[in-house]
Design a protein around this ligand. Structure first.
Ligand code: SF4
Length: 343
């Protein structure tokens, strides 16, 4: 049996085209319902019943299904395993100390970028997710955990390697949440950053920099050979000029690898001239991950504090990310790990 086409994840303007037989306000009503997360056309009670039945015959509203929910004992994090055609992707819910909830979404099944510290990178890429598969992760999370304050694209996959479907999903999600509350995190694809700046939506941008030492970055993140730091910085400055938003530089801190004074000096030089904040993310352990034959380890508390002090001494603003999601392997770099990925 062939699957009916899905209307979830379809931007409002496209929906008007698909439902062109109907007055455009009807397409608007259908869009609003879908973006509320309803799972049946029959629930659209401001549409005539005959139209609801007709839509139900021709289209579907879910391409994905919730398979499993794993929750931290303190309720601060949850990982949702979501079935998509050909595999399972993971959406994560994180709560901060003030109880604000953030939904972390995946854009690919696996990832081709191969960052050595990341479990998802070990999986390789199976395929891109489409906009329905991306937005439905948000609907699944919101159904269980309402009042989500932020969305981050930091789950499995490199969002800018799937720019077309990423942008379609953003066009949908920006009707639910202000673009100021949505962050796309990239490992540093310069062309994608420029295209996102040109084409929008004007969401926040984070870059998984990890280190601003060119030689070390090339060894940790293969993406940097085609996207050297100078090119990456030009793209970030371009994005900043176009969008006027502060950029987040993410640094996954790897014990004994990238937390020295030299690393702080390089990061500070990279950030010069940029309106940036450095998000420090102590590496979350994943079994069997080695860097040049040596198992990676977490940074010590002293490493983290010294590195942060070195950055702040050089005038950089920093934020230290609280350890969240570890018990469910939903933390950064752990998606796709045994308890069940990502940036
Ligand atoms: S850190 Fe992000 S870009 Fe790098 S391998 Fe993991 S998911 Fe892919």
């Amino acid at each position: 049996m062939t699957q009916k086409p899905s209307l979830s994840g379809v931007p409002a303007r496209e929906l008007v085209g698909i439902l062109s037989r109907l007055p455009s306000y009807r397409a608007g009503q259908v869009f609003e319902w879908i973006n509320k997360g309803i799972e049946s056309f029959l629930e659209m009670d401001n549409l005539p019943l005959a139209l609801r039945r007709e839509l139900d015959e021709c289209f579907c509203l879910r391409k994905t299904s919730l398979i499993k929910k794993l929750e931290d004992s303190d309720g601060g994090a949850a990982k949702l395993q979501i079935g998509v055609s050909g595999g399972i992707v993971e959406g994560v819910l994180l709560s901060d100390g003030a109880g604000r909830r953030t939904a972390c979404l995946s854009t690919q099944l696996g990832c081709a970028m191969g960052c050595v510290f990341c479990r998802t990178g070990l999986m390789g890429l199976t395929r891109n997710l489409d906009s329905a598969e991306i937005t439905e992760q948000f609907y699944h999370i919101r159904k269980l955990y309402p009042d989500i304050a932020n969305i981050v694209f930091m789950g499995m996959g490199e969002p800018l390697a799937n720019l077309l479907e990423l942008r379609r999903s953003l066009q949908v999600l920006c009707r639910t949440m202000s673009p100021r509350r949505i962050t796309v995190s990239t490992c540093g694809l310069a062309d994608g950053i420029i295209r996102l700046a040109d084409e929008g939506p004007a969401v926040r941008l984070a870059v998984s920099l990890t280190t601003a030492r060119e030689d070390l970055r090339a060894r940790l993140m293969p993406v940097s050979s085609a996207n050297p730091l100078r090119r990456l910085k030009e793209a970030l400055l371009y994005h900043q000029r176009k969008q006027g938003r502060r950029v987040t530089l993410e640094a996954v801190l790897l014990g004994g690898v990238n937390t020295g004074t030299e690393d702080a000096a390089a990061m500070s030089a990279f950030a010069e001239g940029m309106n940036a904040v450095v998000n420090l993310i102590p590496w979350n352990p994943v079994e069997n991950i080695c860097f040049e034959g040596i198992p990676l380890k977490e940074p010590s508390g002293a490493d983290i504090m010294c590195f942060r002090a070195e950055l702040e001494k050089r005038g950089l603003k920093t934020v230290l990310r609280r350890k969240k999601g570890r018990a469910v392997c939903g933390a950064c770099g752990q998606l796709g790990a045994a308890a069940g990925s990502g940036h």
